[in-house]
Design a protein around this ligand. Structure first.
Ligand code: MF3
Ligand code: CO
Length: 246
């Protein structure tokens, strides 16, 4: 899994330069598909419940599961969330990052929002310690998001991960500390806060996949795969110092 995570995160290092005005989300998926093959990974999204692509690309009010499309053009000022799950030697890593098209410092409201999602993910990861409970992770994510004044999507969640992309348990992005199963060394989780600038209610678009905010407010999604160890959480979908440092 560590190898899977390291290789997958290296693809993300190269994605940003392709997220420019005028490309379609299908173009981006094609680039990712090419890199997956080049680096010896296999897609775990393609073929999953009939899904036809190697990535989910969700723009602005699209929260998650955005279906790459030849008619969905990226424009300046878009907030693009890219989610990819791949396997290496049969073991999975699942990862999502958010990319702003343009200078995010010139869009302080979006910047604060994106930073809140990143902080929420880190707050959840920081609770992934042996002896803690699953609810400690959920509650930490919810607290971080709501403290910043944003909404936590209830209808989708993080998950256990290993030989399969989705394994037990489901990891809600809201909950109460001290509740749920006790965490143990060796458990592997994909944590993925999904947050909204407005109401947290979401609906599914006509394509049957894309999850959109009901009020069309902006949404963020970021995801890392982590492994709980006796020395703390190891973030396998980050490189370098970031792998250990929370
Ligand atoms: N990788 C997503 C997740 O974080 C799931 C994508 S669903 C798929 O759980 F069908 F697109 F694969
Ligand atoms: Co996931």
């Amino acid at each position: 899994m560590e190898e899977a995570g390291l290789i997958l995160s290296s693809i993300f290092d190269d994605i940003a330069q392709h997220i420019v005005p005028g490309v379609t989300t299908l173009d981006l998926d094609a680039f990712i598909a090419q890199e997956i093959v080049k680096r010896g990974l296999t897609s775990r999204m393609k073929g999953y419940m009939g899904y036809k692509h190697v990535s989910c690309i969700s723009v602005n009010e699209q929260v998650v599961h955005g279906v790459p499309s030849a008619t969905k053009y990226i424009a300046a000022g878009d907030l693009v969330k890219v989610d990819v799950c791949t396997a290496f030697k049969g073991y999975c890593a699942d990862m999502a990052r958010q990319f702003y098209v343009g200078d995010i410092a010139a869009a302080p409201k979006v910047q604060a929002f994106v930073q809140a999602a990143d902080r929420a993910l880190n707050a959840g990861i920081a609770k992934a310690l042996p002896g803690n409970r699953l609810g400690d992770i959920s509650a930490a994510i919810q607290h971080e998001v709501e403290q910043a004044g944003y909404g936590v999507v209830r209808d989708f969640a993080g998950h256990g991960i290993g030989k399969l992309m989705h394994e037990d348990p489901e990891i809600l992005n809201y909950g109460k500390p001290g509740q749920g199963p006790v965490l143990r060394s060796g458990m592997a989780f994909a944590l993925e806060p999904m947050i909204t600038m407005g109401d947290y209610a979401v609906c599914i678009a006509e394509d049957g996949w894309t999850v959109v905010t009901e009020d069309n407010s902006l949404a963020c999604h970021v995801e890392d795969t982590i492994v709980i160890t006796d020395h703390g959480p190891k973030i396998i979908t980050r490189t370098g110092q970031n792998r250990y440092g929370i």
